[in-house]
Each structure stands twice: as structure tokens, then as C-alpha cells.
Design a protein around this ligand. Structure first.
Ligand SMILES: Cc1ncc(COP(=O)(O)O)c(C=O)c1O
Length: 352
């Protein structure tokens, strides 16, 4: 399918003269360009927080490119969580009241919320009841659609989609296909990042909020062609990733082995919790997971959800989502938390 980036992007974005600061050209010297305070009055002085952060977060992009050899620094956008990337992509490509996005329910809610905020209609091409992606149904519904959001592994269903089905969507669509890989580090499948060199209409999103254990610093990543990323960099607020976040992310990315160990521990716990849940009477099904949570179907799920909360164990009720009847979404915690969940759940299910 022919892909014409210039036709796809909104005309006002194509002709946008982005905000420029002197820091775009000079990052060191006697910095009297940005009306910053020359000092921080408090003890935080040593953190240099009187200065604006690097608007291009070059150190982080370089480090990420080392960790992910299929992308160059110019193919990386960083934002205030992946949620900022979702918002920015919709604003760049979709004209309110005219263009649409497509989602595959049940899936992550922010694609639709972001579209709603901007007055963009959301078209739905549901997953099959077994949560598999129906590429033909997606491609049949693309009238007026500028962006298709796919999520693999998917939230809240926890399953991954086969690369072949995702490729079918990318190849059959002349707009942008976003593949949200927030949970990719917990999956048996590899990231689709290597496909970026073949598909100019592909955007892959990842985040430091899950595997890297840094949800609090808000750092989301979008990877795409250098051309598409250059537009994201022009549209974003100039200093969208603050200095504290940049510094902590750099430190964490310096030690991927530590993160891999945490991932391995979570995967072990995921297997254990899944097996133990399946033995409880009242548990109807534990869906297979490639993510860092489980979708568990239990009898009387709304009631069970409330009783768990009364015992201080908070899970997410997802039985109201398409194909997720009686579903509770349970995040894998540390061993003690998982034991507490299993304990509370088995008592609730026994007493009915
Ligand atoms: C599929 C998916 N994408 C993105 C996000 C949000 O990521 P971030 O914390 O980077 O905004 C979540 C958070 O739960 C998610 O489940």
C-alpha cells in the first residue's frame, strides 16, 4: 500500500514553524539565553535544576540507541509517558471532526480518551473472542482512519498478537500503524523495532513504566522513521522531559542487567500465581499472559472485586470490557503481595 507521509500529516503541522530556543544550537558556554536563574537558592543547587533540561535529550537517545541497535537516535521520541506520544500522534495526523482513529477492543483506554479530547472519532474493529487480532476486519474499517492503534501484548487481555497479522495490517493500510509494546519485555515474542526499516508508516511505542520499574518518572518512547520523529520533536512542548527524569532514566538504562533480573523474577511469579489461581475453585479461567499481569475469570467477579478491596487487595475489574466477562486484571507484585492476593481470593471464593 502506498504511503505518502506529506499527505497524511495535517497541513498546519506540515507548515508549522516550531518554537526554537538558543539551546537548540548551544548547550554550553555562558548561558544567558533562557532567562533562567543563575543559581538555585536551596540545597538542590547541586542538581543544576536552575537550568532547563536538554530539549533533545541527546544523552538518553544515544543510550537508548545503544540498547536498541535497530534504531538510531534520530528515530527516538521521548515524552511524559507513552500517553504523551499517543496524544501527540493524534494531534499531528488527525483533524478534529474529519479524521478517525481505529482501535481493537478490548484494549488500552487512552487511545480513545485522547481521540475524544481532540474531537476525533474512534472506529472499533474488535479482537476475536479468543483475543486474536482480525487483520481483515481491521482493514475493512479504515474509511477516514489516519491511525490504527494495536497493542501487543495487549492490555487488559495479556496476550500477544502474531507478527504476521500485525504485518498484514501495516502492509494493507496507507496510514499510520502504532504498535504499543508497553509490555514487550514480558513477552515470548521479540519487539517489532527491526521492522521500522521496512515500514515508514510504523510507530512502535515502549515505556519505562513497566519492566524498568519507573512509572513515577513518566518516560515513554516512540520509535519510527527519522522523518516522522522529526515532526514529533517539532510539535512537542520544548522541554517535555524534565531534568530529574532524564537523569534517573540515564542511570537506570546504564544497568539493564538489574532490570532483566527483575523481569525474570516477575516472570517466575507470573507462572506461579497463574498455576495457583487455576487450582482455586471459583476461578473459571486464567488467560495466558505475555504481560506483567493476569486476566483471571472468576465467578461473581464484581462481588469478588469488592471483597478483595475490603481486605486491602486492589485489582482491576475488567468484566465490563468486550469478551472479558467475569474478568479481573491482576498485576504481578512481589512474592508477599501475590501470596496475600492468593490467600484473600481463596478465602473469598470458599465462603462464596
Ligand atoms: C498498553 C499500555 N500502553 C501505555 C501505557 C501507559 O504507559 P506510560 O506510563 O508510559 O504512559 C499503559 C499503562 O498502563 C498500557 O497498559
Amino acid at each position: 500500500m502506498k504511503f505518502d507521509f506529506d499527505q497524511l500529516i495535517r497541513p498546519n503541522i506540515r507548515s508549522l514553524k516550531p518554537y526554537r530556543s538558543a539551546r537548540d544550537d548551544f548547550k554550553s558556554g555562558i548561558l544567558l539565553d533562557a532567562n533562567e536563574n543563575p543559581v538555585s537558592p536551596g540545597p538542590e543547587h547541586e542538581l543544576n535544576l536552575n537550568r532547563y533540561p536538554d530539549p533533545h535529550y541527546d544523552a538518553l537517545r544515544n543510550r537508548l540507541s545503544e540498547l536498541k541497535p535497530s534504531v538510531s537516535p534520530k528515530q527516538i521520541f521521548l515524552g511524559n509517558g507513552s500517553d504523551e506520544a499517543i496524544d501527540l500522534l493524534i494531534r499531528m495526523f488527525c483533524t478534529p471532526g474529519k479524521d478517525r482513529i481505529l482501535v481493537t477492543p478490548p484494549t488500552y483506554g487512552m487511545y480513545r480518551v485522547s481521540a475524544d479530547i481532540h474531537g476525533i472519532e474512534t472506529v472499533e474493529a474488535p479482537l476475536r473472542p479468543d483475543f486474536s487480532l482480525d487483520a481483515d476486519s481491521v482493514l475493512a474499517k479504515t474509511d477516514g482512519v489516519k491511525i490504527i492503534f494495536l497493542c501487543s501484548p495487549n492490555n487488559p487481555t495479556a496476550n500477544r498478537q502474531p507478527e504476521s497479522e500485525i504485518r498484514k495490517v501495516i502492509e494493507g493500510f496507507s496510514g499510520i500503524v502504532v504498535v504499543d509494546e508497553a509490555y514487550i519485555d514480558f513477552s515470548r515474542d521479540k519487539s517489532l523495532l527491526p521492522l521500522l526499516s521496512s515500514y515508514p508508516n510504523l510507530v512502535v511505542m515502549q515505556t519505562l513504566s513497566k519492566a524498568w520499574g519507573l512509572a513515577g518518572i513518566r518516560l515513554g518512547m516512540a520509535f519510527a522513521s527519522a522523518e516522522l520523529i522529526s515532526y514529533m520533536m517539532r510539535v512537542k512542548p520544548p522541554y517535555n522531559v524534565n531534568s530529574l527524569t532524564q537523569n534517573i532514566a540515564l542511570k537506570a538504562l546504564g544497568n539493564p542487567a538489574q532490570t532483566q533480573k527483575v523481569i525474570n523474577d516477575i516472570l517466575e511469579e507470573r507462572t506461579r500465581v497463574s498455576e495457583e489461581l487455576a487450582t482455586l475453585s471459583g476461578v473459571l479461567k486464567v488467560e495466558e499472559s505475555d504481560a506483567k499481569f493476569l486476566l483471571v475469570r472468576v465467578e461473581n467477579a464484581p462481588e469478588v472485586y469488592k471483597k478483595l478491596a475490603e481486605q486491602g487487595v486492589i485489582v482491576r475489574y475488567r468484566g465490563d470490557q468486550l469478551h472479558c466477562d467475569n474478568g479481573l486484571r491482576v498485576t504481578i507484585g512481589i512474592k508477599q503481595e501475590n501470596d496475600d492476593l492468593l490467600d484473600a481470593l481463596s478465602k473469598i471464593l470458599q465462603t462464596g
